[in-house]
Ligand binder design. Structure first.
Ligand SMILES: C[S@@+](CC[C@H](N)C(=O)[O-])C[C@H]1O[C@@H](n2cnc3c(N)ncnc32)[C@H](O)[C@@H]1O
Length: 359
């Protein structure tokens, strides 16, 4: 059922992307059009940075309430799920209420909630411009960036799909060996039964070296089988490198919590047009973009930015040597974003070549 504030977009094939390569191996690719028409052409993403409608009517065509955002996002979420890999992270930016509407849809499509990060723009964001009698509440100076990962499932010998935690237990049971021998297999006192094979909330993802030991032990001591134990595809023996890619990437940075104190974009970073304070009111700080990119991807990885605006995530991708893929449906924003990405490619080139010259 379509609700009245849900904006429908025409879905024609978008023109070919404008692509900017950088000398640090980064890439920025942008298309004018509805991202729904781009997903099938884009390579699989290690991160999706979604900063679309919040239900606040802040950019042309944005719904003015959060009601119906679940329906608006549903086709996008379905496409993100199709393209996601076990190592993919989704960073879903929204208002708190918008996220509350969309969370159920994300969950339904196999996205597992990890954490909600609060972007606190601080008191400077309101700069005394608050009429308490009108708003009758505390002024809101936050947005939310919610981290989701995949709830990945693997097939058993009968084709049933099980979450990793159950699949591991199932594979060991298939060997006919008692559970306590997983500890011997891993060379640990009780960590295997306590962490890797428990079925409770204390479950841990087993490291690749332990998985190799478990597979080798089951093969040597378990019931003979044509299907290698712990094989990801049921045919090839377990590959440690592949196993380590069965969960979302994460590079930890100490000292960062889920509250991000960062002023709204100002100064040189803020894109301005003549006579306007800003080209796009929703422009996100590059510092936050680079933070989530560095935490959840590695150099060379693909990052999707389905709702480009001025493409801050793609700029972050270029700066950090990743491959950014963006779409923007409104021609004015698209044009400004292309200019920004081209400048960025040039800047990185200049910075790098200066570095080389002085080395
Ligand atoms: C919140 S803004 C993104 C701002 C961006 N993160 C930045 O830092 O500049 C959302 C943008 O998505 C665009 N948009 C909305 N629906 C879209 C769609 N289906 N495909 C592509 N772009 C879309 C809007 O025109 C708007 O510019």
């Amino acid at each position: 059922m379509a609700r009245n504030n849900v904006v429908k977009l025409a879905r024609a094939t978008p023109p070919s992307p404008t692509v900017m390569d950088t000398v640090n191996g980064g890439k920025g690719s942008i298309q004018l059009g509805d991202s729904m028409t781009c997903y099938a052409q884009w390579p699989k993403p290690t991160a999706i940075i979604a900063d679309g409608p919040y239900g606040l009517a802040k950019f042309p065509g944005e719904p003015h309430t959060a009601d119906g955002l679940d329906e608006w996002y549903a086709p996008h979420v379905a496409e993100w799920s199709k393209a996601a890999m076990p190592e993919t992270t989704l960073w879903f930016w929204c208002s708190e209420l918008g996220w509350a509407e969309v969370h159920r849809v994300l969950k339904m499509h196999g996205w597992k909630y990890k954490a909600a990060h609060i972007w606190n723009k601080g008191i400077g964001h309101i700069a005394g411009n608050v009429n308490g009698d009108t708003i009758r509440g505390f002024p809101v100076v936050t947005e939310i960036c919610v981290q989701y990962v995949r709830d990945w499932k693997l097939a058993t010998e009968t084709g049933d799909l099980l979450p990793l935690k159950q699949w591991l237990r199932h594979e060991w049971q298939r060997s006919g060996l008692p559970l306590y021998r997983t500890n011997e297999a891993c060379g640990v006192k009780n960590a295997a039964t306590r962490k890797y094979f428990t079925q409770c909330h204390l479950w841990y993802f087993p490291p690749a070296d332990k998985m190799e030991l478990l597979a080798a032990y089951a093969t040597k001591n378990g019931a003979p089988t044509d299907r290698p134990y712990f094989s990801l595809d049921g045919k090839a023996p377990l590959d440690a490198e592949q196993w380590s890619r069965m969960r979302a990437k994460w590079s930890h940075a100490h000292g960062i919590t889920n509250v991000w104190d960062e002023p709204a974009v100002r100064g040189d970073e803020r894109l301005r047009a003549q006579g306007l304070k800003s080209v796009h009111i929703n422009q996100k700080p590059l510092r936050l973009m680079e933070r989530i990119i560095n935490a959840s991807t590695e150099a060379g990885d693909v990052i999707w930015e389905p709702f480009g605006g001025l493409c801050s995530a793609t700029v972050g991708a270029m700066r950090t040597g990743r491959q950014g893929y963006a779409a923007e449906v409104l021609p004015d924003f698209y044009t400004a974003a292309v200019r920004r990405l081209k400048e960025e490619a040039g800047n990185i080139g200049i910075r790098k070549s200066n570095k080389r010259n002085t080395a």
